[in-house]
Write a protein that binds this ligand. Sequence first.
Ligand SMILES: NC(=O)c1ccc[n+]([C@@H]2O[C@H](COP(=O)([O-])OP(=O)(O)OC[C@H]3O[C@@H](n4cnc5c(N)ncnc54)[C@H](O)[C@@H]3O)[C@@H](O)[C@H]2O)c1
Ligand SMILES: O=CCCC(=O)O
Length: 483
Amino acid sequence: MDTEELIRTVPTELFLGGDWVTAENGATFPVHDPATGDTLTEVADASPADAVRALDAAVAAQHEWAATAPRERGELLRSVFARITERAEDFALLMTLEMGKALPESRAETKYGAEFFRWFAEEAVRISGRYTHAPAGNGRILVTKQPVGPCLAITPWNFPLAMGTRKIGPALAAGCTILMKPASETPLTMLLLAQLFAEAGLPKGVLSVLPTSRAGAVTGPLIDDPRLRKLTFTGSTEVGRTLSERAGKAMLRTSMELGGNAPFLVFDDADLDAAVEGALAAKLRNGGEACTAANRFHVANPVREEFVKKLTERMGQYRLGPGTDPGTTLGPLINAGQRETVGTLVQDAVAAGASVRLGGDVPDGRGWFYPATVLDGVTADARILREEVFGPVAAVTGFDTEQEAIDAANATEYGLAAYIYTQSLDRALRVSEALESGMVGVNRGVISDVAAPFGGVKASGLGREGGSEGIEEYLETKYIALQ
Ligand SMILES: NC(=O)c1ccc[n+]([C@@H]2O[C@H](COP(=O)([O-])OP(=O)(O)OC[C@H]3O[C@@H](n4cnc5c(N)ncnc54)[C@H](O)[C@@H]3O)[C@@H](O)[C@H]2O)c1
Ligand SMILES: O=CCCC(=O)O
């Protein structure tokens, strides 16, 4: 489909337990194109009452969905996987329109996002328990897994499809019903996904998609409602903390996939060309708007200048422009606020002594564009070393010893992803073990994989998504004592 047809045909109503409905009082809110700032379309704006109706539907469907054969649950996911794959170009275009990223990035996300359904379709039939004897010989122990129950998912704008499918996939596979609240910047992708679920024969109540411009007001009463059993959140650490507090009071199961500040360590024995290619992937995947994005490049002083030169040359080849233009490799940022944040962090680093090797200037004209930027000699007091930049800015700093590199890498409240480039296996393992992060890439700049447990430590969150760990987040363990 072309842009016009896609925007005309994409659903814009609430998907409430399988029915398309207008929001209370017919309320809507606008969705913007980050490449122009123009309104793409208006979407139904869920109210707290709409959300409670969706929870009513989820609660009513929970028992039957949990009792549905695992194979049947898996087959529903497999069918939606196939449908996304058939409509891959529509998903890619839609994500580029509402989120801004270049089309090749959106195509990659479509594939990645769909794969969570294929993966969890296969996991649905592998939920297992155990049967054993008590050590004293006086009884038997049966351990079984049951779905947690109705879930609420809240997702960010940066991966409009994958951050949703990584939650919906395991929830449905485990036998949980789920309410999805997408980011207000990017609700369309989840609404299109809901349409595919409806076409695939999703039973009533199992999934709702609730776009809203009032995230706190709409999700708060759901979290407080004792019928909800789990909150799964992906987004900033700040919002994650607030939600965790509220969910703690309600004693909900929670998964928190939060912010990152990934270090990228280049040792003097690294293959520098490979390190530069890895750095490009770790930095510019998704235009730098990824929680896994390398934020800080700690490079061994003897190879630093060569690394910076090569990185500058390669980042300089990225073409900034509307994500829909053929040839664009770097789209706009999500909105004016995000561009302001990126610009402020760059200016702060420069004021503290960093030199600008590439970019750093906001282009004139419409849209929220920010160029690929390389800063060298970033000093320890620069905010960019501590705060997630979420943009196409590489901040480089040097180190002399391995211990110095590890200490610098760990000097952050975050602990999501980290990257190491070295040709020594000993060093790779030693440093990986010493890094305070949930995930480490060794000689590779992209680590995300549906089959691997994704998640962080420290302020980057709790729990894991994907892999065989992902479905466990939606299962309760029940112990049955037998004679
Ligand atoms: N660890 C991960 O897997 C992962 C993945 C993607 C993004 N992120 C993080 O997400 C952040 C960027 O995304 P963002 O700007 O959308 O984050 P955000 O925290 O501002 O918003 C995330 C979601 O929370 C909702 N929200 C905001 N305030 C809320 C409230 N008071 N109550 C309930 N919901 C609320 C938003 O509407 C959105 O749907 C970055 O920090 C990034 O690192 C983490
Ligand atoms: O933005 C962070 C999540 C990205 C991913 O799953 O690779």
